[in-house]
Design a protein around this ligand. Sequence first.
Ligand SMILES: Nc1ncnc2c1ncn2[C@@H]1O[C@H](COP(=O)(O)OP(=O)(O)OP(=O)(O)O)[C@@H](O)[C@H]1O
Ligand SMILES: [Mg+2]
Length: 385
Amino acid sequence: MGSAFSCCGSDKEDEGASVVTPGNATWRMFTYKELHTATDGFCDDNKLGEGGFGSVYWGKTTDGLQIAVKKLKSMTSKAEMEFAVEVEVLGRVRHKNLLGLRGYCVGTDQRLIVYDYMPNLSLLSHLHGQFAGEVQLDWRKRMKIAIGSAEGISYLHHEVTPHIIHRDIKASNVLLDSDFEPLVADFGFAKLIPEGVSHMTTRVKGTLGYLAPEYAMWGKVSEACDVYSFGILLLELLTGRKPIEKLPGGMKRTITEWAEPHISKGQFKDLVDPRLRGNFEENQLKQAIGVACLCVQSEPEKRPAMKDVVHMLKGYGSGGKVMQTRMNSIKYKEELLALDQTSDDEDGGPDESYGVFGAMEMQKMQDPTTNIKKRNNMPNMFDKL
Ligand SMILES: Nc1ncnc2c1ncn2[C@@H]1O[C@H](COP(=O)(O)OP(=O)(O)OP(=O)(O)O)[C@@H](O)[C@H]1O
Ligand SMILES: [Mg+2]
């Protein structure tokens, strides 16, 4: 905890002082009373949603700033660590497509994080939630969201030192400002990667459906895990489908399983979100599907770097990567899918609980490369890789 706070300069207790961090981002400390007043006592009417680590409330400060306040639900040492990581990471980043820190509050038994309020809420709310019926996301906005969120992640991977792996890229963590500019949020799961380390083995966190196979199975974290999750997010954005959907008989299907037959037959138009009513750029669609195929390859080393993803989405070629005409379709084991709550809402109505699964920690499995013998006996989360 100490290192995180000292990194962010929080040893200064003077309320209201704004602090310039090494990343040049400014933020200030808030008192609990101030946030309590701003959110009307954290009343339910102001609740924007609930995630794995607590609830998020809309609020307005006395100087008129609209804020979103994340209130951690429990003060376990684990939650405290997440809080410290989030504050430390947020303090380091500044990019138009990353939701930076506006401030935080450390009470005796309370931890709160303050962000700017994003009036168009999350990508999730537009694809599957409260705005899903209104179809505000036309093709141009979708491309802007795809490119902007890729740029935000690319900045984390390539420009911040040490590099940052997000580990929880998903639709509820892509927030939208009043112009539908995307801002990638939630670095609580992020891990700072020391220079020269290509991957780290860690406990698995994240949201089923977006999880890269090597991460879900062996806890191997690298930038390529975020690339995989971004590929799923991109498919979700293009098709309007959920990463995992529940079929009428109760079976569940991943978005890659659904997309694969269309892609292999070259039926790109069948993939696009029907809510767009045919209003899309065919060449951009093909290019974006091609990028998604590259991103969701099961071998992490074959996936493109995020800076190449940005390049390709902007239409500048594939950065030396051979465009794919097929998509890996990952099929999760039934017992794992049974744990997933993300696709349980069948009525297509507002579905803000989608993403709660994000708080789950799965048991990390033995890395097969360290013990080939054990691999043969190892339970597998996937039927097919
Ligand atoms: N700055 C913000 N402006 C508007 N809405 C926000 C803001 N921050 C979060 N939200 C919304 O509040 C809800 C809860 O967010 P939270 O990050 O706690 O959970 P989550 O993203 O669903 O899951 P996870 O805990 O895995 O991140 C989400 O719907 C999110 O999009
Ligand atoms: Mg979130």
